[in-house]
Each structure stands twice: as C-alpha cells, then as structure tokens.
Design a protein around this ligand. Sequence first.
Ligand SMILES: NC(=O)c1ccc[n+]([C@@H]2O[C@H](COP(=O)([O-])OP(=O)(O)OC[C@H]3O[C@@H](n4cnc5c(N)ncnc54)[C@H](O)[C@@H]3O)[C@@H](O)[C@H]2O)c1
Ligand SMILES: [Zn+2]
Ligand SMILES: [Zn+2]
Length: 361
Amino acid sequence: MTQTVRGVVARGKGAPVEVTDVVVPDPGPDEAVVRVQACGVCHTDLHYREGGINDEFPFLLGHEAAGVVEQVGDGVTGVAPGDFVVLNWRAVCGACRACLKGKPWYCFDTHNAAQPMTLADGTPLSPALGIGAFAEKTLVHAGQCTKVDPEASPAVAGLLGCGVMAGFGAAVNTGNVGRGDSVAVIGCGGVGAAAVAGAHLAGATTIIAVDLDPRKLEWARGLGATHTVDAKSEDVVARVRELTGGFGADVVIDAVGRPETWKQAFYARDLAGTVVLVGVPTPDMRLEMPLIDLFSRGGALKSSWYGDCLPSRDFPYLIDLHRQGRLDLDAFVTETIALDQVEEAFAKMHHGDVLRSVVVL
Ligand SMILES: NC(=O)c1ccc[n+]([C@@H]2O[C@H](COP(=O)([O-])OP(=O)(O)OC[C@H]3O[C@@H](n4cnc5c(N)ncnc54)[C@H](O)[C@@H]3O)[C@@H](O)[C@H]2O)c1
Ligand SMILES: [Zn+2]
Ligand SMILES: [Zn+2]
C-alpha cells in the first residue's frame, strides 16, 4: 500500500522548488510514517537545491521537523502511532566502530528508511538528510523519531531537528564551552544564534556575535551575546581580539562555512583555543594558509556534525530548558508559512530577513 501526499521537491540545480505529489509507501521493517506538523527552512535545504550537497536530484526537501507517528513497520518498539516526535538525521546504529567505541554521536552508519518515496511517475526521491519533511507525511527509519514532550508546539520542537541542535551542540558539545569562557560566533542565522544561546547557557561570559546583517546581531543579543561585530564594516579578527584582552576567544564557531570565515575563526582564536566548523562548505571551496600557523597556534580544529548530539539525550533536554524559560526557542521562529511558500522563504533567508521560516501543516 502507498499513500499520496503533497511535498516540496527540487528537480534540478538552482530551479525553483515546487509542491507536487509524493508517494509514501507503508512502513517496512524498522520504518515509520510520520504526519509532519511543522518543518523549519534550514540553509542546508537551499544548499541541496543549488546542487551544493550532491547531484542526486530530485530532492524531497525539509529536514527540521516535528510530527506525529502515524504507522510503524514490523519490529518497531521505540515509537508507536500517536507519539509526538522530532525527526533526527543521525539515527545511530549502535554497531559501527564509533558506536562500539562509546562515541555514538560520531556513528558512521546512521539509519534511514530503506524504501524510497517517489514522484507520481515512480521516480525515486532523495529526501534531504534522509528525512524529506516539507511534506504532509514522510517515511523515515524509526530510529529517526525521537519522542519529546507533546506540550511543546510543533514549530518550536521541530527546530531541534537541525539548526538549533547543530548550533547549540557546536558550542556545548563540540566546542565544550565552559564557565567564564570567551566565545565568538561567526554567522548568526538559525545555527549561529543557537550557538550563542548554547554558549550563554554553558556559562560563557564574553559572547561575541559576528554577522553581516544588523538584524542578526540584534537577535543574537537577545539570545545572550554580550558584544556584536558588524562583519561588513569591521575587521572581525581585530575586533574579536580587542574584545578579549588582545588575545582572541577561547572558542570560535564558524556557522557560515566559507574559507574566509574559517580563517577569521582561526585567527580570532586565542592560542590553544578551539575552532568549531559547523557551517557546511561546498565541495569547490579551498583553504590555503601557512601550515606553521596551524602548528604554532596549537589547540583544536574541529568540525561539528549535528552538534555532536545524541537526539535521545539532547532533544528532550532542550525542550525542558525551553519549558523552564531558559532557552527561548520561540525567538527562532520568525514566521510560520505554508508548504507552497518555501521558495519565498529561501529568498528571505538569502536576504537575511529571518532566523527561521517554519512550514506549519
Ligand atoms: N554541521 C551541521 O550539522 C549543520 C546543521 C545545520 C546547518 N548547517 C549549516 O550551517 C550554516 C548556517 O545555516 P543557517 O540555517 O543558520 O543559515 P542562515 O542563512 O540562516 O545563516 C547564515 C548567517 O551567516 C551570515 N553570514 C554570511 N556570510 C557571512 C560572513 N562572511 N561573515 C559573517 N556572517 C556571514 C548571514 O548573514 C546569516 O545570518 C549553513 O552552511 C548550513 O548548511 C550545518
Ligand atoms: Zn554507529
Ligand atoms: Zn539543517
């Protein structure tokens, strides 16, 4: 059996997305069908549409979602129909070499649904990050469904499925920001703003938000930034150093993912500090710099996949922080939109008008 729903598909490089029929099969073993209630628009969706991730068009976009489990396949015990879940794109396997080493957040064999969703003519779709949730329903691996408190609104809970978790975790998990640390975050969209909020909750006392857009800097202040740097008119490295006693920050997070922002992160960091790359570069980007600088400045140069999170541990905890009024997730939802407004939301994201547009179904 299958069912046909509406979903947002990117058919080719750079072409505007369209809402079209998507065929969702009944869940097979270890799979689940989820009725999507909300899905945020993440920059990675735009990367997909621009061919910046891979060429496996057509894509079913959307990967930052919450909804209700509708059907489960054989062998599924972790979730049941009716459960309110946030979808995650790193369902750990428990059996690969990273999982066996006790570092499941690095899992090298994360699970996705085995069956494809298709267009009406049978063409298989590539779901963004194995999710594809700009759709009324989507098919995922049951391990991609993380149960959270149903009191949370879907628009807010869904944010944890990608950008907020990635940014928060980049600061707290990957960057290991601690009490009294100085932190700079380059790029304060949904991901970077969450890194600011994470650094704030972790006890950092100097939190420098860097962006080209003054609105982003203002939002970052609301989430805990103590200083802001306008990257359009100021020298980012010099300003971060100036704000940290001339030394640079303990942790610098690049939430843009370009060679120039990574270099800024590198040089705006104190000796033996940590650089965290959470923004996603495109395959054509190159970095050239003196190798001696990497040696002599020491410290750690890290990448953050999904904020090194464990969905089952971190999603419920972030919802708790939100419900206790300690993490303002509502601040990330700039607007709620319909399924047919994703293309407009990409334009708004491109122009810096939003932290997050969230499709509500
Ligand atoms: N590593 C992960 O697991 C993960 C997860 C989600 C998203 N991402 C990536 O994180 C990045 C950010 O995503 P987002 O959804 O927050 O995007 P966004 O478009 O909402 O935010 C990007 C921000 O960077 C700012 N910016 C752009 N160029 C800049 C520059 N040179 N200097 C300073 N600021 C600059 C923009 O003004 C904007 O505010 C993307 O590359 C996305 O693909 C990574
Ligand atoms: Zn694994
Ligand atoms: Zn994302």
